[in-house]
Design a protein around this ligand. Structure first.
Ligand code: CTP
Length: 405
C-alpha cells in the first residue's frame, strides 16, 4: 500500500564515520533499504578503514560516496546527495565528526553533506566514555540539538576499549525507529493527537499478586507506532513495557483506575482515542496490605465491578463527539453478533471486533484478524494480517470517517 511506511521511496543520506560501530551502520542501511528507502551512504576516509564501501553498495544497490570530488552526472556526488536527502543520519558519529558538524567544517563527504543539506538530521554518537562525557563534546551536542538535530543517545555497555561505560552506539533498530518518526512528520495524521491504550490491566490482590488477562499490548503498540509514522502526536497509555518507540509520550499504568485517570486527563487534547487495552471488568474488592500467607488457608476472593474507561470517556466527551473514539471488542464466540451489540450499546465511532480464539490471531500474536464496524452499520472485514498492517487499516478508517477528527 502506498504511503504506509514513511521510509518507502524516500531518500536517506547515511553518513558513516570512523568508529568501530561502523559495522552497525550496515544493519541500518540494510533495514532502510529493505523497507524501500533510497539509501545513499557517505563515508569519511576513516570509516572506510572499518567497513568497505562495497558492503554498503551491495546492501543499498546505490553508489557510495567516499570521495569529496567524485562526479555523478557531472555534479559533485555529495552535493547531489545533500539536495535529494529527506533525512540525514550520521551513524556512527564520532566525537571528531560531532565537533566538525557543530563548527560547520566540511572537509569530508559526511560533514560537507551535513553543511549543505536542508534535510533534518539525526546523530548516533559512538565513542569512549571520556570523550562522550567531555564538556567539549557535550557542548557540541547541545549546539546541534539547538539547531534541530535529533540524537539517538548512546547507551552504557561494552566499548571497543574493553571497558564498560556510556558511549556505545544506540542499537540499529532504535536508529531506524527514529528515522521512521522523522520521515513520518509529513504524514496524513500530522497535526493530530492520538491517545492509545494498550495491554491488560493488573488489578492487585495483595502486594505481590494481581488479576490480569492474556493481552500482550502488541496491538495498541502497533497502533501507536503507525500513528506516529503518519505524523500524529501520540500518547501511549500502557500496562506493558514493549520495546520503546521514539517520538511519543508513554504513560505507564497498572490498574484500570489509573488508566481511566490518564485517559480522562488527556481527553480534551485528543483528536482520536483508541481503546485497545484489555481492561479488567472485575477487580478484587479488597486489597490486602500484606502478602496473603499460605498458612492462613485459601483466601476467598471477592470481586467488584471495575471502572469502565470507554463509558467514562464517552460520557465526558459529551455531544461534541471529540475525540473520535475507537473501541475494541475481544470475542471468543459469535464475533459479529457480540460486536454489533456492543456497537449499538457503546455509541462510539468505530468498533474493532477481534477474534481472539482464532489460531494465530489476537492475544500475544504478531497477527490479528479483525472486523471493523462503522457508523451506519457497515463493516470492513480484514484477513489475518500483521498487527502493524491492521493498525494502518484502522487509521485509514479513522481518517475516512473522521472529517471531524
Ligand atoms: N473497556 C473499558 N473498561 C472496561 C472494560 C472494557 O474501557 N472496564 C474497553 C476496552 O478497552 C475495549 C472495550 O471497552 O475497547 C471493550 O472491551 P470488552 O471486554 O470487549 O467489552 P465488555 O463490554 O467488557 O464486554 P464483555 O462482556 O465481552 O467483557
Amino acid at each position: 500500500m502506498p504511503g504506509r511506511n514513511p521510509v518507502e521511496g524516500r531518500h536517506i543520506a547515511l553518513g558513516v564515520t570512523g568508529s568501530i560501530a561502523a559495522y552497525k551502520a550496515a544493519a541500518i542501511a540494510s533495514a532502510l533499504a529493505q523497507e524501500g528507502g533510497l539509501v545513499d551512504v557517505l563515508m569519511t576516509p576513516q570509516a572506510t578503514q572499518f567497513v568497505a564501501p562495497l558492503t554498503f553498495e551491495a546492501l543499498t544497490h546505490r553508489p557510495v560516496v567516499t570521495d569529496m570530488f567524485r562526479l555523478s552526472n557531472s555534479e559533485i556526488s555529495h552535493v547531489v546527495v545533500s539536495h535529494s536527502a529527506d533525512v540525514l543520519v550520521v551513524a556512527p558519529a564520532t566525537a571528531h565528526t560531532i565537533a566538525k558538524l557543530a563548527l560547520g567544517l566540511a572537509d569530508d563527504p559526511v560533514s560537507a553533506t551535513a553543511l549543505s543539506t536542508r534535510a533534518p538530521g539525526l546523530l548516533a554518537p559512538a565513542m569512549e566514555t571520556g570523550m562522550w562525557q567531555n564538556p567539549a563534546t557535550q557542548a557540541h551536542i547541545q549546539t546541534l540539538r539547538d539547531r534541530g538535530w535529533l540524537v539517538a543517545d548512546p547507551v552504557s555497555g561494552h566499548l571497543a576499549s574493553g571497558a564498560t561505560g556510556e558511549g556505545r552506539m544506540a542499537e540499529p533498530e532504535q536508529v531506524v525507529d527514529i528515522v521512521h518518526q522523522m520521515l513520518g512528520r509529513s504524514g496524513d495524521l500530522a497535526g493530530r493527537h492520538i491517545v492509545v491504550t494498550a495491554g491488560g490491566t493488573r488489578e492487585p490482590i495483595d502486594p505481590v499478586r494481581y488479576l490480569s488477562n492474556r493481552s500482550s499490548g502488541k496491538m495498541g503498540h502497533a497502533i501507536a507506532e503507525a500513528a506516529r509514522d503518519r505524523g500524529a502526536a501520540v500518547t501511549l497509555i500502557a500496562t506493558v513495557a514493549l520495546p520503546p518507540l521514539a517520538g511519543m509520550e508513554v504513560v505507564a499504568v497498572e490498574r484500570a483506575e489509573e488508566m481511566r485517570d490518564a485517559v480522562l486527563h488527556l481527553l480534551n487534547r485528543a483528536d482520536v482515542l483508541v481503546l485497545a487495552a484489555a481492561v479488567a471488568d472485575f477487580r478484587p474488592a479488597q486489597l490486602a496490605d500484606q502478602k496473603l500467607k499460605r498458612r492462613d488457608g485459601v483466601p476467598e476472593l471477592v470481586l467488584s465491578t471495575n471502572v469502565n474507561v470507554l463509558e467514562e470517556a464517552k460520557a465526558q466527551r459529551g455531544a461534541a463527539r471529540k475525540p473520535f473514539i475507537v473501541g475494541f471488542a475481544a470475542e471468543t464466540e459469535n464475533l459479529l453478533g457480540n460486536a454489533r451489540e456492543k456497537f449499538a450499546k457503546w455509541g462510539i465511532d468505530l468498533v474493532v471486533a477481534n477474534d481472539v480464539a482464532l489460531e494465530g490471531s489476537g492475544f500475544g500474536s504478531d497477527l490479528n484478524k479483525v472486523t471493523m464496524l462503522r457508523i451506519g452499520g457497515d463493516m470492513v472485514d480484514l484477513p489475518l494480517l500483521p498487527k502493524i498492517e491492521v493498525a494502518h487499516r484502522l487509521l485509514d478508517e479513522v481518517i475516512a470517517l473522521g472529517s471531524k477528527v
